[in-house]
Design a binder for this molecule. Structure first.
Ligand code: ADP
Length: 479
């Protein structure tokens, strides 16, 4: 798995803090331990030597109550004494101890041998019970004895354990602080990049006039800000130029097409006088010219929608009135298919008074397009209904009983120039593949959406959804 920059900065800070606290903690622990132990050893040695002198004096004075002597030496010190005495009567040395908690085996063998051989020695060790002890051995040759004193270090152990735990706790806190600092630093340092990606997202979403603020930008990112803005300037200019070009081309094509159409009309008037082959050619010419005109009209509208999503004028209107009127008016404008009565509009009582923000002209174009498609590909509209949608939305559905649209094609039909598998069974040759793309474009401009499903009548169901502005009847104003 690849870590992101933010995670890497955080990890680096955390690791740094961890290493630092291990080093500092370890250093403090071992230095403290060293000095405490050295102090205790020196004190132990002083005490043991003093006691050894006492033992020598007593033994020289002929005292034979060894245990009493040792007990009196230990009284109140917390240390324990062990005395090896080589009396002349026996061959083996006698061992006397001051307390039951020590015995001859409490003295490490090595140390005992060294001291019995005549050299004073000190050793710190861990006893079989797990407590630390210091033992100091002092030979007392003048009375053929060796005096050992065992000091308990469990208080020092305890102090060191508390110190260790404290340092460990401090290390954990430091590491957590390091991680938090890293998190903060990464968020801070990535913030300017978040602005850049937000701006790029907005541009990708069509807001071409989005720019980064060069004054607010981080000085280190000035270069990026400048080139980013320059890039977007160029992009915007290019897109606008292209849209203008498209619109100009469509405009330029319109007048020759009108001339052609007018000339064709003249020819058609004399159609009967023409031979059959010419009549057929004339028919083909007229069909294609008609289609060409539609396409140019659609292209013009598309380029206007591309270039001019700025000049949208959204009005707040009552949705049921809007749909009813658009269907009625649109039916009249339908491309040669508006015969008979316009389809009925069924309105869910729940949405009767809901209001939406639309551009009425665009909405009518959308309805015309869907009704035209239904009659081209689906044998006519079976039902138009208005009802509540998901969330704060109102939905307008246009159903037909035709072949419907394959699930795989349901997003593709909204692409420009897409004429799906149904184009083979087209009733007329006037399809351009732009109609549904325009529908989607218009709906997006009005903050709405369009999708296609299958209709209960067996054909296609186009669903337009629009955000609801309010669900109460406004007293004044138009529907
Ligand atoms: P066209 O100008 O070809 O009608 P559209 O964008 O309006 O372009 O439609 C794209 C394609 O979607 C059509 O060619 C057709 O295959 C399919 N289509 C559109 N409406 C329907 C419908 N009501 N029933 C079945 N297919 C449809």
């Amino acid at each position: 798995m690849k870590l992101g920059i933010g995670a890497r900065i955080t990890a680096l800070f955390g690791l740094g803090a961890l290493v630092l606290s291990i080093l500092m903690g370890g250093l403090s622990y071992f230095t403290t331990r060293h000095f405490l132990l050295a102090g205790r050893e020196t004190a132990a040695q002083h005490q043991a030597f003093a006691n050894a002198v006492l033992v020598r004096t007593s033994l020289l004075g002929g005292d034979t109550h060894y245990v009493t002597l040792l007990t009196s030496i230990d009284a109140g010190t917390g240390a324990h004494s062990v005395l090896y005495h080589q009396s002349t009567a026996r061959r083996r040395a006698q061992v006397y101890v001051s307390s039951l908690s020590v015995n001859a085996s409490s003295i490490p063998t090595k140390l005992r041998e060294v001291v019995l051989a005549g050299t004073a020695a000190t050793q710190t060790y861990r006893s079989a019970q797990g407590t630390s002890e210091i033992v100091v051995g002092v030979p007392v040759p003048s009375v053929q004895a060796a005096y050992f004193e065992v000091f308990d270090l469990s208080d020092l152990d305890h102090t060191l354990r508390v110190l260790g735990l404290t340092l460990f706790g401090a290390g954990v806190v430091t590491t957590i602080l390091g991680i938090s600092l890293g998190r903060f630093a990464s968020v801070r340092s990535l913030r300017p990049l978040a602005d850049v990606s937000r701006a790029a997202g907005a541009i990708a979403g069509g807001e071409l006039d989005t720019r980064l603020d060069p004054d607010a930008a981080d000085p280190d990112l000035e270069g990026l800000t400048i080139s980013f803005n320059a890039m977007v300037d160029q992009l915007q200019e290019r897109i606008e130029r292209e849209a203008r070009f498209n619109s100009d081309v469509s405009h330029e094509l319109r007048s020759p097409l009108t001339t052609l159409a007018a000339s064709l009309e003249v020819l058609e008037r004399d159609r009967d006088t023409l031979p059959a082959r010419s009549q057929r050619a004339l028919q083909l010419l007229s069909d294609d010219l008609h289609r060409f005109q539609r396409m140019v009209g659609d292209l013009l509208e598309m380029s206007r929608a591309d270039a001019g999503s700025v000049d949208v004028f959204l009005e707040e209107v009552n949705v049921s009135e809007l749909v009813r009127r658009s269907v009625e008016a649109g039916f009249g404008h339908m491309d040669g298919h508006g015969h008979g009565a316009p389809p009925e509009v069924r309105i869910d009582p729940a949405v009767q008074s809901w209001r939406v923000g639309v551009d009425k002209r665009r909405f009518e174009r959308v309805m015309v397009n869907l009704m035209e498609n239904a009659s081209h590909y689906g044998g006519g509209v079976t039902e138009i209904a208005v009802g509540p949608g998901e969330g704060e939305q109102v939905e307008v559905t246009v159903d037909d009983a035709g072949p419907g649209i394959d699930p795989q094609e349901r997003t593709k039909v909204f692409e420009r120039f897409y004429r799906g598998s149904a184009s083979g069974r087209r009733g007329t040759g006037t399809g351009t593949g732009l109609g549904l793309a325009l529908v989607a474009e218009h709906m997006h401009v009005m903050q709405g959406d369009v999708r296609v499903e299958s209709s209960p009548a067996g054909g296609a169901r186009f669903v337009l959804s629009l955000p609801v502005l309010s669900n109460g009847a406004e007293p004044e104003g138009e529907p």
